[in-house]
Design a protein around this ligand. Structure first.
Ligand SMILES: Cc1cc2nc3c(=O)[nH]c(=O)nc-3n(C[C@H](O)[C@H](O)[C@H](O)COP(=O)(O)OP(=O)(O)OC[C@H]3O[C@@H](n4cnc5c(N)ncnc54)[C@H](O)[C@@H]3O)c2cc1C
Length: 373
């Protein structure tokens, strides 16, 4: 019997399955279209078992190492069957949700996400709290078995399509130190008092939202961890955002690099040194990320070291699209092309999931021990 938990065997079997099951996206490049296609792909992967590998059995998965999930992401996103943005929410939110939720809650909810029945969002950032997340002010006050939440989140990706939100709130009193006063909840987005307002980005997509909480009542069984565990939850979540999640984005960037090579060749232009540099940046990133996937697979706890992955990803992504701009004159400035949308989105790579400046500070202080200034 073949061992499907062995990554090479798993990849071969998955590729065969993907070749035999046509999940080609329809010609609909709207965000709505991408979300529908993502749900369709997840449904098919779930029914075939693929999206359940690498997730714990207690949460509806089929077990096996996290690397299996990374392989599914690489194949699905690398083939452009699903877009990397919506796909990323699986990897960003689910591992930590499983670690902190009451087991019954994880067992009930995780299959809904893995099967494409639901989409979830991440309610961390606020108008005054991004890099300085510990200063967040959305407040949760206990009233018996219920917590009442008031405040506002911003930049909440895909909130308008989401059924649940992993939400950070402030609890405790004025004397509680910031990092011990943050508590996370798993909130139903259709709870009375929640309003979601999409925001248009510069690449002309309503990807982000403002989310308002007005006396929103959440049962204490929806708390993730204990009161005050929210900061640790956020710190545990970020390394996932930069490990299995990055692997699929890297696959996507490689597929776009191939697209650039085709287009440059199609115009009769030579493959030049700039493209060599892009390839090198992508390859460096992939090597680094591969080591990160292996550390995760060995059960190591990832932390500040993943800031290196983030810096490399942002650099490679922006270099790729800068090269598109230089080698395909006008496609970004003048034409309404996929390249234009992607170029504009790539500017966000040094912002989302922790800005480039903050990552460099972390590398300097925590990895290189260079001190505060
Ligand atoms: C595409 C995208 C998707 C996102 N999705 C989500 C989401 O789903 N959920 C969510 O909660 N958030 C999301 N965000 C928000 C993201 O987490 C924040 O934008 C990020 O944390 C930065 O916070 P900020 O925008 O408030 O910028 P600020 O923190 O105000 O930073 C502004 C500038 O100041 C610099 N800076 C700040 N502090 C320091 C410092 N101490 N030292 C040096 N430089 C500093 C920063 O590097 C940056 O250049 C998303 C953002 C983007 C771009």
């Amino acid at each position: 019997m073949t061992d499907l938990f062995e990554p090479a065997t798993f990849r071969t079997a998955l590729r065969t399955w993907l070749d035999e099951n046509d999940l080609t996206p329809p010609d609909d490049h709207s965000l709505q279209g991408h979300m529908q296609q993502f749900a369709r792909v997840q449904r098919a992967l779930y029914d075939g078992g693929w999206s359940r590998y690498g997730w714990p059995e207690e949460a509806g998965g089929l077990g096996g190492p996290a690397m299996l999930r990374a392989i599914v992401g690489e194949e699905v996103v690398g083939r452009r069957l699903a877009e990397p943005g919506p796909y990323s929410m699986l990897e960003v939110l689910t591992p930590t949700m499983i670690d902190y939720a009451q087991p019954e809650l994880a067992a009930e909810m995780v299959p809904k996400l893995l099967s494409g029945e639901e989409q979830w969002c991440q309610g961390f950032s606020e108008p005054g709290s991004g890099s300085d997340l510990a200063s967040l002010s959305t407040r949760a006050v206990q009233r018996g078995d219920t917590w009442v939440i008031n405040g506002q989140k911003v930049w909440t990706s895909f909130a308008q399509f989401s059924h649940r939100c992993v939400l950070l709130t402030r609890t405790g009193d004025a004397d509680t130190p910031d990092h011990q006063a943050i508590t996370a909840f798993f909130v139903d987005v259709d709870t009375p008092g929640i309003s979601v307002r999409p925001l248009r980005t510069m690449h002309d997509v309503d990807e982000f939202c403002e989310v308002y909480f007005d006396d929103v009542e959440v049962d204490s069984s929806r708390m993730l961890g204990k009161p005050g565990d929210g900061w640790q939850l956020a710190m545990d979540l970020l390394p996932y955002e930069r490990s299995t999640c990055f692997w699929q984005r890297i696959a996507y960037l490689y597929s776009r690099f191939d697209g650039l090579v085709d287009e440059v060749r199609g115009r009769g232009q030579a493959i030049d040194v700039d493209m060599g540099e892009v390839y090198l940046a992508l390859h460096t990133l992939r090597c680094r990320s591969r080591a990160t996937q292996h550390r995760l697979a060995e059960g190591q706890k990832l932390g500040a070291d993943t800031s290196i992955d983030k810096v490399l990803l942002a650099g490679a992504e922006q270099r790729l699209y800068d090269t598109v701009r230089d080698l395909l004159p006008g496609v970004i400035e003048l034409d309404d092309t996929e390249w234009r949308t992607e170029y504009l989105y790539s500017r966000a790579a040094t912002i989302y999931g922790g800005t480039a400046e903050i990552q460099r500070n972390i590398i300097a202080r925590r990895l290189l021990d260079l001190g505060k200034e």
